[in-house]
Design a protein around this ligand. Structure first.
Ligand code: DGL
Length: 267
């Protein structure tokens, strides 16, 4: 790799952030990317803000060993609680997943009734709820944690009666609130889009934060004149803090492509 290469740095609590990486690669195949999955300390969704901020700072310190153009916080739980700290401590653009998803939801809602689902930590932080109301105080937000979705996805139960049952249990009350937009506020949830759509029906637009975040990364790189010239595929480096084989195996499901090499690191 030529000296002076600059990367898009992405971190997540584990494998889920690959949904964000996948969208960034689809939009910007020429970009060089470094991905860190903190698989030794996953899940973040059940931890306190203090701990998630500590872990997030350590992840960033690791990624900053490389020259980064932009830092992407792919984890919703981390974005919910650590973004202000990370922005303050890093002079490069820091992109979280909350703002892009919220912007899109506010744009498309017609009834002004927006649903949000995420981990316990994300929903408890109130980050989505706050940002939506800041954008428009007339909007109504209905937020529900769906903690069982993460293990179901990691188990590969994507199109499965058990996932359907769980989705019904979590989402029926949201449907009854008459929302017309639902933000999938967790890295893993885009994989359950089919099941979630079945429960919510066609009248509810599902917002995939990963897709919206990729667009925001593109905007940031354009704004800074930092886009790689189109043509060659960018380099991709994967690091985890534990269990690289499991990451590769589950990663295949998230990414749909082979991950050739994953390096285990200590932070
Ligand atoms: N990556 C997390 C998120 O998007 C889900 C998994 C976890 O709890 O760490 O909130």
């Amino acid at each position: 790799m030529a000296k002076g290469t600059r990367f898009v740095g992405i971190f997540d609590s584990g494998v889920g952030g690959l949904t964000v990486l996948k969208e960034i690669v689809a939009l910007l195949p020429q970009e060089h990317i470094i991905y860190l999955g903190d698989t030794a300390r996953v899940p973040y969704g059940t931890r306190s803000p203090k701990t998630v901020i500590k872990y997030s700072r350590e992840n960033v310190r690791f990624l900053r060993r490389w020259e980064l153009k932009v830092l992407v916080v792919a984890c919703n739980t981390s974005s919910s609680v650590s973004l202000p700290t990370l922005k303050e401590e890093n002079e490069i653009p820091v992109v979280g997943v909350i703002e892009p998803g919220v912007r899109r939801a506010v744009e498309v809602t017609r009834t002004g009734r927006i649903g949000v689902i995420g981990t316990e930590g994300t929903i408890r932080s109130g980050a989505y709820q706050r940002r939506i109301r800041e954008m428009d105080p007339h909007l109504q937000v209905f937020a529900t944690p769906c903690p069982l979705f993460v293990p179901l996805v990691e188990e590969g139960w994507i199109d499965d009666p058990i996932s359907r049952l769980v989705a019904h249990r979590y989402l029926r009350p949201l449907k009854e609130e008459g929302i017309d937009v639902l933000i999938l506020g967790c890295t893993h949830y885009p994989l359950l889009e089919g099941v979630i759509r079945e429960v919510m029906g066609e009248g509810v637009e599902l917002i995939n934060s990963a897709k919206e975040t990729a667009k925001e990364v593109k905007r940031q790189l354009e704004r800074g004149g930092m886009l790689e010239p189109p043509g060659a595929e960018g380099e991709r480096k994967f690091f985890v803090t534990d269990n690289p084989d499991k990451f590769t195996e589950i990663g295949k499901r998230f990414l749909g492509v082979r991950i050739d090499r994953v390096e285990e690191v200590e932070l």
